[in-house]
Design a protein around this ligand. Sequence first.
Ligand code: GDP
Ligand code: MN
Length: 381
Amino acid sequence: MKIHEYQAKQLLAKYGVPTPKGKVATTVEEAKAVSREIDSFPMVVKAQVHVGGRGKAGGVKLAQSHEEVAEHAAAILGMDIKGITVRKVLIEPGIDIQQEIYLGVILDRATQRPVIMACAEGGVEIEELAKTKPDAILKLGIPPTYGLRPHHINEVATFLKIPKSALADFRAILKGLIEAFYATDGSLAEINPLVITGSGHAIACDAKFNFDDNALYKHPEVSEMRDDGEEEPLEVEAREKGINYVKLDGKIGCIVNGAGLAMGTMDIVKHYGGEPANFLDIGGGAKSEQVAQALQLITSDPNVNTIFFNIFGGIVRCDLVAEGILTALKTLPDFNYPIVIRLSGTNDEKAREMLKDTDLIIAPTMSEGAQKAVEISHRAA
Ligand code: GDP
Ligand code: MN
């Protein structure tokens, strides 16, 4: 799960990270009120959307007067940044930037620990720098046995050549970042740029925080920050129905029981030259109601032209799934997508017998099913 910059800054501030004292506005009128409240220039107006690169897209603007704050708010609210419409702006006192630093922490699966990443040349070009000058980036794993220690902080500060005047701030920033990351089960947290100001202090100028979805149940205060307006509408709908769904860009809608098999299904569809439209795990039960919901969900995506069911009857019996599909299709009278179905495992013969007088295309194996689906999808395109 992702949150907005202003929320990430509020979270970090709770853990002692210095941040600008800003406020969010959703209308130009609100922006004017915030501007009068802050009343110090330059002021910065920043688009709040769940994508990076807002600066380059024109979503971060400095203002020298109340009028200019209002103008920028009017220009940024409603702006489209990488396909997302801006509905909120963050207005803050501007920072006097001397140096822009990158500081982040990610959960690294390979080394099984949080890894601090730091680079003295932060700002908007960090992805580029990671490719061209990888040595400019420090990667420091935090040992799970004893956690973040002062010597880690010193090592990062030394690498970044943090000036003496900013050391106390920097220590508070790195400590707060890591504490917030642990406390909320973060998966990635970034301060980019972390700014060394003209007066020699350090402050978080931008902030980004992603969380481990599987740990959200432990953190209601984090879940509350979710902004449904920023998310894929179909994924929001799926979550409400308890279906495990991730939208992708292809044409073959996949309905699968089990997360591992769903991953395998996407791989095999791609292997045969097709593009999956989604990841979807209907879980172990595959009741008709779930099947109907899954079909509805998938076909709400206008890209989809073919459906591929890939069902392995382990705990669930294939005949029950077949029954579920037949019942679901009865509740969707206008449904006219080609459906390829692979059923194998417990009671698969019985299931195929039940489906044989329908329009469903039955495939005996997963790879034949995938090939068929790809073929049909290509023909329909
Ligand atoms: P991003 O492009 O989405 O990462 O948005 P950022 O918040 O990182 O802003 C992009 C860039 O705008 C920063 O790297 C800064 O150079 C600049 N910027 C942001 N806030 C301020 C500010 O308060 N003062 C000044 N002078 N520049 C700012
Ligand atoms: Mn940034």
